[in-house]
Ligand binder design. Structure first.
Ligand code: 13P
Length: 247
């Protein structure tokens, strides 16, 4: 049986309003090619969310946010609430991205609170984990990933984990397929056995392109991909979708 697959576009802080509309319209135009077992999720920056929400409202494309706060409302200057994200039909939220851990000093315990609040309000968290190149070279990456999972994943029914090695993001480098498979098995074993989760979906992220995705799907048993740079180009993201269609 074909398993469901998630293809998540993380646009980060890219695209002007006009470019984002052109990109989404191209994706909608070709959305007939997207097979039913595939969930296409777009995560734009906050201010684009209302516009994209409007554009995709009659389609099967889903919307996600790149962040949310762990409080429902209050004196948190510069933040945006889950209530508003839901008002604009966001169903997913990316949490714990390495760029937020680095530039916004997000810690595992903050991420844990965000995941819990998002989940309690019906948003599906896509939780990012990933090691630095130094940790990989020193063979300390599994310990590090375990610390991230231990500290940031609360007791809950199901979760989506995106493994994004920091050294792979935007670099054109990806781990070997067997390395991705190793992390996939490690994450699922840890979360099923130690945290008693019922369902774990494993995405790979980091320099995903139409050139490397077939090999990753065929050899690393992934449940989907979290895509940065390649998701900004309509032809490229549609090629990636069409490859996923076969699995
Ligand atoms: P790139 O696909 O540009 O390497 O970015 C990956 C990423 O950070 C997605 O969240």
């Amino acid at each position: 049986m074909t398993q469901n697959k998630l293809i998540v576009s993380n646009w980060k802080m890219n695209l002007k309003l006009s470019d984002s509309r052109i990109l989404v319209k191209k994706i909608i135009k070709s959305s007939k090619i997207i097979k039913p077992h595939i969930k296409k999720i777009i995560c734009p920056q906050f201010l684009l969310i209302p516009h994209i929400s409007d554009l995709i409202k009659k389609t099967k494309i889903c919307l996600g946010s790149q962040n949310c706060h762990y409080q429902e409302s209050g004196a948190f200057t510069g933040e945006s609430s889950i209530e508003l994200l839901k008002k604009f039909k966001c169903k997913y939220v990316i949490l714990g991205h390495s760029e937020r851990r680095k530039y916004n000093a997000e810690t595992n315990s903050m991420i844990l609170k965000k995941i819990q609040t998002a989940f309690n309000h019906g948003l599906k968290p896509i939780v990012c984990i990933g090691e630095t190149i130094n940790l990989r070279k020193k063979n300390k990456y599994l310990e590090f990933l375990e610390t991230q999972l231990h500290g940031s994943v609360p007791n809950m029914e199901e979760i989506i984990i995106a493994y994004e090695p920091i050294w792979s993001i935007g670099s054109g480098l990806i781990p070997s397929f067997s390395d991705i498979l190793e992390i996939n098995n490690f994450v699922k074993k840890y979360l099923y056995e130690r945290k008693q989760l019922k369902k774990v979906s494993f995405l790979y992220g980091g320099s995903v392109s139409s050139k490397n995705i077939k090999g990753i799907i065929e050899n690393s048993d992934i449940d989907g991909a979290l895509i940065g740079g390649s998701s900004l180009n309509a032809e490229e993201i549609l090629k990636i979708v069409s490859i996923f269609n076969f699995y």
